[in-house]
Design a binder for this molecule. Structure first.
Ligand SMILES: *Cc1c(COP(=O)(O)O)cnc(C)c1O
Length: 233
């Protein structure tokens, strides 16, 4: 893809983010674009950094670590941040804490404890989101809705090296993005219910290429967009 082409695609997505925010009566700055670069070579990330993108989502710890090194060397002065959006295996936690500014995929009490322990050792407060499983499809990771309160309470009360900022979810894929809306709304309701228990979370990571505008209308503060910017993998 030529840079001009990538530039147009980024502008187009950012414009759609703005319009969706306006429709929802929200300031466009309330939505952050997480550009999903998993499976794309680091040259593509470089191009995107050159065009102004600063937040990248990756699904695999090793792949992200290598890209981060390269980008850091090429752009020592620009603050690029890396978000883990894929499932985190227990044996990758130490490296994940070293690489990622935000981990979207905390989905168990044990994993939270592990990330907290490694963050403490690294002298870091790790931003995290709880990934919620909103459908019974067994291919989807995330904690079941019934477990969210206990996990959030544990993180807030005993994990001093975790900064819980919000919730993440991935609805099943629908051709018609309107079908995702009830899932997005549900995630917002779960977030609001936590708020009334005194656990105030600001971030909702929801919406992908196919449905990010609907997600924004339902309150998304981070949209994870890959193919709509970078093409198909
Ligand atoms: C790959 C991926 C995305 C981006 O998907 P696109 O359809 O390419 O926008 C978003 N979130 C997660 C968790 C992903 O794995």
């Amino acid at each position: 893809m030529t840079p001009d082409n990538l530039s147009n695609r980024i502008s187009n997505v950012l414009r759609r983010v703005c319009h969706a925010a306006m429709r929802a009566g929200r300031p466009s700055e309330s939505v952050r674009l997480v550009a999903v670069t998993k499976h794309f070579p680091v040259s593509v990330v470089s191009e995107a950094v050159g065009l102004g993108l600063r937040v990248f989502g990756e699904s695999y710890v090793g792949e992200a670590a290598a890209k981060r090194e390269t980008i850091l060397m090429e752009n020592p002065l620009s603050s690029v941040s890396w978000h883990l959006i894929g499932h985190l295996q227990r044996n990758k936690v130490k490296k994940a804490v070293a690489v990622f500014d935000c981990i979207h995929s905390i989905d168990s009490i044990a994993l939270a404890a592990e990330v907290d322990a490694h963050a403490a050792r690294a002298g870091k407060v790790q931003d995290v989101l709880i990934q919620v499983k909103l459908s019974s499809e067994d291919t989807k990771t995330g904690i079941a809705e019934e477990g969210v309160v206990a996990l959030a309470e544990q993180i807030m009360s005993i994990h001093k090296n975790l900064n819980l900022t919000g919730l993440m979810a991935m609805p099943p894929f629908f051709e018609d993005p309107e079908h995702s809306r009830p899932y997005f709304r549900r995630l917002r309701e779960i977030r609001d219910a936590l708020g009334s228990r005194g656990i105030v979370l600001t971030e909702l990571s929801m919406g992908m290429s196919n449905d990010f505008e609907i997600a924004i209308e339902e309150g998304a503060t981070m949209v994870r967009v890959g193919s709509e910017i970078f093409g198909s993998r």
